[in-house]
Design a binder for this molecule. Structure first.
Ligand code: ARG
Length: 464
């Protein structure tokens, strides 16, 4: 690493007699990861050049040369022509090296009043804000697919579960919208994380602030960021915004995983609720009959790495003294991995949900067993004056007796054991009537689900 041309991408060296060891350089070099911040980095450099012009550190000639070179470098990145050299330690060093190649000494003037510590925090914050916005759109697509399916199946009867045991009949629309509401909170969390990331570190310097009269508010305004950082030491040390973003991504991953798991269950022969479309199913290399829900399984599986990205950054941060520590360089791999993962997972999930065809008869059959309406029997007894504790016991005893006979809980059995209910037994055991009774606003009655769906649809068109 002694060749001067190769060395130009290293932004330090004057105080060392020897260059870095190969192993040390290889460990620290981050261009493979941080190259994808080129847009944010060049925009930050442009704002910085304007500030240096304003305070007279750059004259108009140098400023013009720098701006033209930054534009040209952006073109190189955009066309995938930017060549990193082995001596480029990170993106910032590579850009400065290229600036000097393009505009000579002027390129060496841009570093005044700026540190890579505030620069990288600035770049990553703006990246996170933009990525969160893209992910919210992806979440909206999954919610829309769920809402569309729910609309079709608004009043279809399905068994509702607790403990994965059939509990009470529900409408399929109600069940599908439950997933959509969980995703709604994820969209909100991503938006919250973006709002707190929307702070500008440029103007903070390495940690202590600047002697040059650069204006933090102007950096923020130029970069479309809401406000400058309040404390320069915090600004270069803080990665809370990345943690919050990764936490939102991890929980989103967990919700998608739970949905994926249900799709896997529904598409089993045992459940037989739904069929995943061909385009989102895969076959087996040996078993010709197989139809596997691999996409839903991968959605479920990818949640593991999203959780891992969050944990990796939290562990990296734990115990770091203020302010900037090189450990912080590990932040980007976690953030980029989460974004890449979700940018694969979200469209695949939306497509899988849209491709589902539900078996209405099978669902209804699974829900129709009278025992699932035991609660309804007990509640009518309550309305007719029986204490719930007693009602629960009497209905429970009836269910046991019917089960012991190997029979179904039908109207005749109800009328015999619970004479108070004889007049309503058939209605009480009818699943359509049962869901229609649950008209509480968040309940499973088609009328309630229709209102809930309308509320969700307005959320899908409003900003998160
Ligand atoms: N590549 C570094 C990072 O990603 C940039 C900041 C480096 N600062 C420093 N003083 N070495 O965090």
């Amino acid at each position: 690493m002694t060749d001067a041309a190769v060395d130009a991408g290293r932004l330090w060296g004057g105080r060392f007699a020897e260059g870095p060891a190969q192993a040390a350089w290889a460990l620290g070099r981050s261009v493979d990861v941080d190259a994808r911040l080129w847009r944010e980095d060049l925009a930050g450099s442009r704002a910085h050049a304007d500030e240096l012009l304003r305070i007279g550190v750059l004259d108009a000639g140098d400023h013009g040369a720098i701006v033209a070179a930054l534009d040209a470098i952006a073109g190189e990145f955009a066309q995938d022509r930017f060549a990193f050299l082995p001596g480029d330690e990170d993106l910032h060093g590579a850009v400065e090296r290229r600036l000097v190649e393009r505009c000579g000494e002027a390129g060496g003037r841009l570093r005044a009043g700026r540190s890579r510590n505030d620069q990288i925090a600035s770049d990553l914050r703006r990246y996170v804000v933009a990525a969160a916005g893209r992910l919210v759109n992806g979440v909206r697509e999954v919610q829309t697919a769920l809402a569309d399916q729910a609309e079709t199946a608004l009043d279809w009867i399905a068994p509702g579960y607790t403990h994965l045991q059939r509990a009470q009949p529900v409408t399929l629309g109600h069940h599908l919208l439950a997933h959509a509401w969980a995703l709604d909170r994820d969209a909100g969390r991503l938006a919250d994380a973006a709002a707190r990331a929307d702070v500008e570190p440029l103007g903070c310097g390495a940690l202590a602030g600047l002697t040059l009269p650069l204006d933090p508010a102007r950096y923020a305004a130029a970069l479309g960021v809401s406000r400058p950082a309040e404390n320069s030491m915090d600004a270069v040390a803080d990665r809370d915004f990345a943690v919050e973003f990764l936490a939102a991504c991890a929980l989103l991953g967990v919700h998608l995983s739970r949905l994926g798991e249900e799709i896997v269950l529904w598409s089993t022969e045992e459940f037989g609720w739904a069929r995943v479309g061909d385009a989102y199913s895969t076959g087996s290399s040996i078993m010709p009959q197989k139809r596997n829900p691999d996409v839903a399984e991968l959605v479920r599986g990818k949640s593991g790495r999203l959780i891992g990205d969050l944990v990796a950054l939290l562990v990296t941060l734990k115990g770091l003294p203020l302010t900037y520590d090189r450990d912080l360089q590990e932040d980007k791999a976690a953030v980029f991995d989460a974004v890449d993962t979700l940018e694969l997972v979200l469209p695949a999930t939306a497509g899988t949900v849209a491709s589902l065809t539900f078996d209405r008869e099978r669902l209804r059959g699974a829900a129709a067993g009278g025992a699932a309406l035991a609660t309804d029997l007990a509640e009518v007894l309550v309305v007719r004056g029986v204490a719930f504790r007693t009602a629960h016991e009497r209905v429970g005893a009836l269910v046991r007796a019917v089960e012991e006979r190997g029979a179904d809980l039908d109207a005749a059995a109800v009328a015999a054991a619970l004479p108070e209910l004889a007049d309503r037994a058939a209605d009480l055991l009818d699943p359509d009537a049962a869901v229609a009774r649950r008209t509480s606003p968040s309940g499973t009655a088609p009328s309630s689900v229709r209102t809930q769906l309308a509320t969700l649809r307005t959320r899908l068109t409003a900003p998160a």
